[in-house]
Design a protein around this ligand. Structure first.
Ligand code: FMN
Length: 298
């Protein structure tokens, strides 16, 4: 089965998930959704199309919504959606409803969607123990989804959710807020070494250098690539400065680190970990039903 994954990823989590699909499905091409990428390869000649993105304020980021609107119409092509986010709340599932609607209108036969919890790139930095658990489960759950895709899974993907109108409203405001707020990003001249990494990486072409000064325009999509990966941690992120997360989690290494406990979120978890308990319980049930042992992915 030939597969094409069209992926948007600001800080790398969704791309890591896409690479897991490549690991377990085999014949997979990955295309990065960005204003800088070459024109996307046509889905013709592929048996399955995947759309991957991070959840931003419960919705799919603007570049993904725009990309889907511009995808070519097809005659019934199998497709699926996968997304990553920092917590497994079901309200996050609404993020794909708009995307699925667009894809269906264009003739894509969306047969399933999956949501993977990955370490936050915003709000606060997850502990290494937590990131380890997230990555081990992500591997097992992607493997499971690949088996399902290969066996022709078909699920109900358009779901009625009471909070959907609220989420659609957030989606509308998120886009405008990101544009407006992006202009408040700044580079700390004392830390900056002028490597230009942020300019090269910005998927929206939103950062320009004028007279040796970095200028952020109003086409930001809040992907956080510029600030997360800056080697000097020199990018200031406006009103999100208290929520800033900087630097890769190196999940592959963490997953192999025997000094970190696994599983980290216990079944009797309290406080903030209650956000994750339900997600992992659901994963455990699905993996058990498929005879998959999560311990095999350490
Ligand atoms: C602007 C913004 C909004 C976010 N909103 C949510 C959210 O509503 N729910 C959530 O669980 N995670 C949220 N996150 C966290 C990301 O979805 C998560 O870290 C994701 O895995 C990042 O993927 P990426 O590395 O591919 O960009 C948000 C991150 C950003 C930057």
């Amino acid at each position: 089965m030939r597969v094409i994954l069209y992926v948007f990823s600001g800080t790398g989590n969704t791309l890591k998930i896409a690479n897991l699909y490549k690991r377990y499905l085999g014949d997979v091409d990955i295309y990065n959704i960005s204003k800088k990428s070459a024109p996307p390869p046509s889905p013709d000649g592929y048996d399955l199309v995947g759309i991957g993105y991070p959840i931003h304020a419960f919705v799919a980021p603007e570049p993904v919504r725009e990309f889907c609107k511009n995808m070519p119409a097809v005659e019934r092509k199998r497709a699926f959606v996968f997304k990553s986010s920092g917590e497994g709340l079901h309200i996050n599932d609404c993020s794909s409803q708009k995307i699925i609607k667009i894809l269906k209108k264009k003739g894509y036969d969306v047969t399933c969607e999956r949501h993977f919890v990955m370490p936050y790139n915003m709000i606060y930095r997850h502990r290494d123990e937590m990131a380890k658990q997230m990555w081990i489960y992500a591997q097992a759950m992607v493997d499971l989804n690949c088996r399902e895709l290969l066996s022709g899974v078909r699920e109900k993907v358009v779901k009625r959710r009471i909070w959907r109108p609220f989420v659609e409203f957030i989606g509308f405001t998120e886009r405008h807020f990101a544009h407006l707020h992006g202009g408040f990003f700044k580079v700390d001249a004392k830390k900056c070494i002028n490597c230009g990494r942020c300019v090269k990486a910005c998927p929206q072409n939103n950062i320009k250098i004028k007279k040796d000064k970095y200028k952020f325009g109003h086409d930001c999509c809040l992907c956080m690539d510029c600030s997360f990966w800056c080697p000097q941690d020199a990018v200031k992120v406006g009103i999100f400065r208290f929520w800033k997360v900087h630097g890769d989690y190196k999940v592959e290494q963490l997953a192999k680190d025997g000094n970190l406990p696994f599983p980290y979120v216990p079944d009797k978890a309290k406080g903030i970990y209650r956000l994750y308990k339900k997600y992992y319980r659901e994963c455990d049930e699905k993996l058990k039903a498929a005879n998959i042992n999560v311990g095999d992915y350490i």
